[in-house]
Design a binder for this molecule. Structure first.
Ligand code: PFF
Length: 466
């Protein structure tokens, strides 16, 4: 049995530890790389006008995402419990208050909400494996591919079924625990996904529209940048890195003492960003080549890539592999989304891992029907940000994750004492100083500014002062 205290007086996790540094990096990469990179990034960039959005997104990843990720891992490793308990314990120990546990609680809820729609979209990728195998995309035109998508998402029973299958798969892995299965899946998946993105990139380069795609992604037109798109860029940075909701904190709890947090974070951020940019470079030329619009929304990837595969030699095979890999990527992310809630239930209510996973899985599955119906029966039901799906997405990515990230980085920078954080980051040199400055000033100020701007507060204050 694992003990609560390691020999040096530090806590050890109740759920086991990663077998190596590589295992941790792979697991966090698996959580980061997912639908956010390949499905979401291109369509959000498309809806927000391209270039300027991409620039703000990259700035958010490096200047805010990186320090938040390091904070989350170090808090997780220091506390070695589920995110709620970890924040409570450290809140008390570091002279703050137990109430910091609420930050973990918000993360648990964010994970549940995010997975409720994530699983539906992951279900789409499962359906697209079957469609690819059946050969419907061979030589298909934009109209055929578009009609195929509409037919499928328009039928709530089909989408409900694939959502159910995906949730069942996620519950299955999470119930089995941290070490088994997960590492193996990621070890093979991320490199394979990179290779397939490169194949698509070569195809895009030859499409005749590559220049237009690159220009759309990298020519910043700041006219198109609204306050809301800056918030969307920040939200996307948090979403794609899996930060702001305790998932990385939960993973950090299983991290061996000697692993470098900075090195691991940098590796994950680099891999995640590379895959998103590659996805954009592969997709936008195809959007232009086929007379589609970048702002088409959540169907963008499903309406472009099958067409590209349909025109390639060996397209059936490549398309199948692609959607299999994308499903894997979604799967390893779903595990991260459930981990805070499951670890919390196991520790708080003394349930077995399997019981906790089934309970949380059922709840998420039920909530998921809000998103299932958003694309068919309830597609006309709109309020606040749009459909039910739009609202869950907006609330989680644009509000809960940035707010969670703000509180986490604030806690690491201002509440935790310098000795604890430098002990975790393993040095007192330059890297620590840079992180500390970023965690105290750059990241919190950046997040606050974007959040307040989006609700119009900065403008309001400016008007008062004018
Ligand atoms: N980072 C994942 C993606 O880009 O698809 C989504 C995600 C996974 C967010 C896990 C949060 C999380 F805890």
């Amino acid at each position: 049995m694992l003990s609560n205290q390691a020999g040096d007086g530090k806590r050890s996790s109740l759920h086991g530890h990663w077998s190596s540094r590589m295992a941790f990096v792979l697991a966090v990469t698996g959580s980061a790389v997912g639908l956010g990179n390949i499905w979401k990034f291109p369509y959000i960039a498309g809806q927000n006008g391209g270039g300027a959005f991409v620039l703000v997104y990259l700035a958010c990843v490096v200047l805010i995402g990186m320090p938040v990720m390091m904070s989350e891992i170090l808090i997780g490793r220091r506390g070695r419990r589920n995110p709620v308990r970890t924040m409570q314990i450290l809140g008390e120990e570091e002279g703050g208050s137990r109430r910091w546990g609420w930050v973990g609680g918000m993360g648990v809820i964010a994970g549940i909400f995010i997975l409720s729609y994530y699983s539906v979209i992951a279900g789409w990728t499962l359906a697209y494996i079957v469609k690819s195998v059946s050969g419907v995309f061979v030589g298909a035109t934009a109209e055929v591919v578009g009609a195929e998508f509409e037919n499928y998402v328009g039928d709530w029973r089909k989408v409900g079924l694939t959502h159910t299958i995906f949730m069942a798969l996620s519950v299955y892995v999470v119930a089995r625990g941290v070490e088994r299965g997960l590492e193996q899946a990621v070890r093979f998946m991320v490199p394979a996904l990179l290779v397939l993105m490169l194949v698509l990139l070569v195809y895009s380069i030859n499409s005749g529209y590559f220049g237009q795609g690159v220009a759309f992604m990298f020519t910043p037109d700041f006219e198109k940048l609204t306050q809301d798109s800056v918030l969307a860029a920040l939200g996307q940075a948090f979403f794609t890195l899996s930060i702001g909701m305790g998932a990385i904190m939960a993973y950090g709890a299983y991290l061996p003492e000697e692993t470098s947090i900075t090195g691991a974070s940098a590796a994950v951020v680099a891999a995640d960003t590379a895959i998103a940019i590659l996805a954009g470079l592969a997709i936008f030329p195809l959007v232009f080549a086929n007379g589609l619009t970048p702002a088409d929304g959540p169907g963008l990837v499903f309406n472009t890539l099958p067409m590209a595969f349909g025109q390639m030699q060996g397209g059936v095979f490549l398309s199948t592999i692609f959607f299999v890999l994308l499903s894997f990527a979604a799967w390893t992310s779903a595990i991260g989304l459930m981990e805070p809630a499951v670890a919390w239930i196991v520790e708080r209510f003394n349930k077995t891992r399997a019981q906790a996973t089934v309970m949380i899985g059922l709840l998420i599955w039920l909530l998921g029907f809000g998103t299932v119906l958003s694309f068919n029966k309830l597609s006309e039901t709109r309020f606040l940000a749009g459909t039910i799906f739009n609202n869950v997405d907006y609330l989680t990515s644009n509000i809960m994750l940035p707010l969670g990230g703000l509180l986490i980085v604030w806690f690491a920078g201002w509440v935790m004492c310098r000795n604890s954080t430098s002990d975790e980051l393993g040095n007192t040199g330059k890297i620590f100083k840079v992180w500390h400055l970023a965690a105290r000033f750059l990241a919190p100020v950046g997040i606050l500014f974007v959040l307040l701007n989006a609700v119009g507060l900065i403008e309001w204050i400016r008007d008062r002062l004018a």
